[in-house]
Design a protein around this ligand. Structure first.
Ligand SMILES: *[C@@H]1O[C@H](CO)[C@@H](O)[C@H](O)[C@H]1NC(C)=O
Ligand SMILES: *[C@@H]1O[C@H](CO)[C@@H](O)[C@H](O)[C@H]1NC(C)=O
Ligand SMILES: *[C@@H]1O[C@H](CO)[C@@H](O)[C@H](O)[C@H]1NC(C)=O
Length: 828
């Protein structure tokens, strides 16, 4: 009977490509990575779990399910029990076990995750701004006529086309994406598909339905085939979709690629698990070519969050297997937290090498107050500010919207341009899009920290990346582009620094030398992305900043000071990314400088770092594909070949000015053995966690100084403290008993038919993760609270997201997002 059911489940999962509906209220789900060739049904039945089907497009990844057991990890518990039995050498425990085939197992949690935030901004005070605009600016008559002629020639009869200044701007001439010349060649996105990963897509809108691509669409929040907007606030995705693919007809305006297909994946209308998000990132990836993502972790200047390992795997899987191996294209909005000192390198989605990060400029070509800067930003394009926003389609049969803004509105314009490029050259690989984008971007003639990348022959700035996207230039370049060779990479060994970071303008520098032989050995010809993974302990993370100097003297500001970031966490195996070194050779000395510019009591130390160079291979035939990431990729800090970096305290340098020769620095090499270094070397524990040292007492007090003596004699103190200790022990025992009972109850409820003994004494294994998990939960709760405050009223009288719950943060249907305040400078 069981077998039959299982067979039926297996068959149904093969027959229907539609995802198994998941109900997190009644079930627990486990994402499981099995050894190649192992049948998931065998493992799930051995573990007494149900097999729910494959995990999206990830090979050997599956979903197992069981009834909900609050706070209980079925697989992890089984693993611990097996481990314990094996340690005890219990009879039969050395036989092969299903768990031996499990490479990774992750219970899917909804409440642990940080919320994914839509990157729109509150609409500017539209009426007022429009009035200002009309009074202050006269459209150029000849340009207005040209717009009318253009529309006529292209047979665009859409009523708001003339308002869509981002497509053709007749007020600020030249401030548009320069697409009309592309359309005039008949290039309109045919055969391209963009998936809008967002809060839904109104496929019944008259402006979208003809281009709607149902096959690539899914509602991951309510588990239906169509991503129909259902919450009052589910408008963002539809507006983004309109920017890309609004149909040329008599409704609203047109999309950048108005003959392309557009799919919708609804993921933002409730919190989704990592497994489901991973499925979404690869959904229909043979046919969905471009994934447009206008969201990310909160832009409050305190979050430092990125995709979990399953999602990171899905993105690597997407670029390797999506689009028949040419690679899925992920376009991400860079984030709206500039006013909060936020920096897109603190967002693990935008700073992924697999995503194209798009920032904003406004209709006057100015830098809008919200658009973040960072070394991972590739390009910018138009969005809200200076009194207007993006005009697009809205939810409803025939409804338009004139206030779409934030970097949310910028990302989809680039996704639309990419759809045009795919029409003329469907063979472009995922990295070719990045090359073409960096090569053709038009420099924004505004002040910014522009630096010439000599190897690339292009200027880069942290505010604008390589400049603004020009549709005409991109499509022309795409027509004749020859694909770059496969991706190669070079990883430096871990550089151990273990040295306090001096405060003030000085920094702590560490250099790694990369030789031509190393890169030849890595089959790496020229650079594209550079990433630096690092560990820095600090009592206040926001005080830190980090620069990376390439051998040529290009400076990437990997991290910048963030005034709101009070976390006592430092950087823990965090990876920063830079696109500023594109096309450099990579050969020579690379220097990382960590600074703590605020002179105060919050101090820290630079533990270690590792440089990774990514780029084009020398010999394509020798190049293999990158293995999928694991959670242990950075666990090899202390391997034998880890070397001690040439560490020095740098002399003060002007930011942005290449420091040039590292021999300017006062060299202060640090020992290989951290335990034997000078007294300034901090201990392994982070400052925030370190306990006060236990002093050895020589005075007449029973306990050292921090403990009060109550003015009593040593003997009385012994008595008082002895009693106190007994009370503490008693309370601890009581707590232990309570936890024991709880566990026992959980076990009974688990319908677990293993006849295992209780393993409470083995809890040393579980204790530490438990604490860490608790910390995480609390942090997530804080983030939610921060969110609820800034909840969006927008044009809805009933703004959602008022609640600020900790424990209940996993409730479905709750909206948590944050919008930036009404634009200030943009309105002047
Ligand atoms: C904009 O497109 C036109 C062709 O329509 C082209 O001549 C012009 O160079 C483009 N502008 C830029 C800045 O590339
Ligand atoms: C669209 O794709 C189909 C199938 O690959 C191809 O036959 C057709 O020519 C393409 N159309 C355009 C306009 O590129
Ligand atoms: C690079 O660093 C090494 C020591 O790590 C040093 O010997 C060498 O002179 C440096 N090269 C340059 C060009 O500065």
């Amino acid at each position: 009977m069981m077998k039959l059911t299982r067979a039926l489940i297996a068959i149904s999962s093969i027959l229907s490509p539609v995802l198994a509906a998941r109900d997190y209220d009644t079930h627990d789900y486990y994402a499981v990575h099995l050894k190649q060739g192992v049948r998931p049904e065998d493992v799930s039945s051995a573990l007494d779990l149900h097999y729910d089907g494959p995990l999206g497009k990830l090979d050997d990844h599956h979903i197992f399910r069981t009834h909900r057991q609050h706070g209980y990890d079925h697989i992890e518990t089984a693993r611990k029990e097996l481990k314990w039995r094996r340690r005890k050498r219990e009879a039969g425990s050395d036989e092969p076990h299903a768990l031996d085939h499990v490479l990774l197992s992750q219970k899917q949690e909804l409440h642990k995750r940080f919320p994914l935030v839509k990157r729109n901004v509150l609409p500017p005070l539209v009426q007022e701004a429009r009035l200002q605009r009309r009074q202050g600016e006269a459209p150029v008559d000849a340009a207005v006529q040209k717009g009318i002629d253009l529309a006529k020639a292209l047979e665009i009869g859409d009523p708001i086309f003339q308002e869509q200044w981002h497509l053709y701007n007749h007020v600020q001439l030249g401030h548009d994406i320069n697409v009309t010349g592309v359309w005039a060649q008949g290039i309109t996105g045919k055969n391209s598909t963009v998936s809008i990963v967002d809060d839904g897509l109104d496929m019944d809108s008259d402006d979208l339905k003809d281009n709607y691509f149902a096959e690539g669409s899914y509602d991951f929040n309510d588990q239906r085939d169509d991503p129909k907007p259902r919450l009052s606030d589910d408008r963002h995705g539809t507006r983004c979709a309109g920017e890309v693919a609004a149909v040329k007809n008599d409704v609203c305006g047109v999309g950048v690629a108005y003959d392309s297909k557009v799919a919708g994946e609804r993921i933002l209308s409730a919190i989704i698990s990592d497994a489901d998000e991973a499925v979404a990132m690869n959904y229909a990836f043979e046919k969905n070519h471009i994934y447009s993502c206008s969201w990310g972790p909160p832009d409050d200047g305190t979050a430092m969050e990125g995709p979990g390992v399953l999602i990171r795997r899905a993105m690597v899987n997407g670029v390797q297997k999506g689009r028949q191996g040419l690679g899925s294209i992920y376009v991400f909005a860079i984030g709206n937290g500039a006013a909060n000192d936020d920096n897109c390198n603190f967002d693990g989605y935008t700073n992924s090498i697999y995503s194209v990060s798009v920032g904003g400029i406004d209709r006057k070509g100015l830098h809008p107050y919200y658009s973040e800067k960072c070394s991972a930003q590739l390009v910018v394009t138009y969005s809200s500010g200076s009194g207007d926003a993006i005009h697009t389609t809205d939810v409803g049969q025939n409804k338009c919207y004139n206030s779409h803004g934030g970097t949310s509105a910028a990302g989809p314009l680039v996704a639309g341009i990419y759809a045009l490029m795919l029409e003329v050259n469907p063979k472009l690989g995922w990295r070719d899009f990045q090359w073409l984008t960096a090569l053709t971007a038009v420099k924004v003639e505004n002040p910014g920290d522009w630096q010439l990348n000599k190897a690339f022959g292009r200027e880069f700035s942290h505010q604008y990346g390589y400049g603004k996207a020009d549709a005409w230039a991109l499509v022309e370049a795409a027509k004749t582009w020859k694909n770059v060779k496969p991706q190669a990479w070079y990883y430096s060994p871990w550089q151990h620094v273990k040295h306090e970071v001096p405060q003030g303008d000085q920094g702590l520098a560490s250099t790694v030398q990369v030789t031509a032989e190393m890169l030849k050995g890595a089959n790496l010809e020229r650079l594209e992305h550079v990433t630096v993974t690092m560990n820095v302990e600090h009592m206040r993370r926001g005080d830190l900043s980090v620069e990376l100097r390439s051998p040529s003297g290009m400076v990437s500001h990997l991290a910048t000071h963030r005034r709101n970031d009070n976390a006592a966490a430092g950087y823990v195996d965090w990876t920063f990314m830079s696109v500023a070194h594109w096309a450099e050779s990579g050969i020579g000395n690379w220097t990382v400088v960590v600074k703590d510019t605020l002179v105060d009591d919050n101090k820290g130390s630079f533990t270690d770092w590792r440089l990774r160079l990514w780029g084009e291979s020398i010999d394509a035939s020798k190049q293999s594909l990158l293995p999928l990431p694991t959670d242990h990729d950075d666990d090899d800090h202390d391997r034998e070949d880890a070397v001690v970096g040439t560490t020095s305290v740098a002399v003060p340098t002007e930011t942005g000015v290449p420091a040039g020769n590292p021999t300017d620095h006062i060299d202060r090499p640090v020992n290989a053995k951290p335990t034997t270094t000078s007294s300034s070397t901090p201990t392994e524990t982070s400052p925030a966690e370190s306990l006060p040292a236990t002093p050895t007492s020589t005075n007449s007090d029973f306990l050292p100084r921090p403990f009060p003596t109550f003015g009593a004699s040593k003997r009385t103190q012994v008595w008082i403290y002895g009693a106190a200790v007994l009370i503490v022990i008693f309370l601890a025992a009581l707590l232990g008993y309570y936890l024991y009972q709880r566990r026992k109850r959980a076990r009974w409820m688990s319908r677990d038919d293993y006849g295992f003994e209780m393993v409470d004494h083995d809890d040393a294994d579980g204790a530490v993760p438990g604490v860490v998990g608790g910390k995480k939960n609390r942090r997530a709760g804080e983030l939610y609270d921060a969110f609820a405050e800034g909840s969006d009223g927008e044009d809805e009288p009933f703004g959602l997201g008022e609640s600020s719950e900790d424990e209940e943060g996993d409730e479905h249907g709750k909206e948590r997002y944050r919008d930036v305040e009404v634009p200030k400078e943009g309105e002047k």
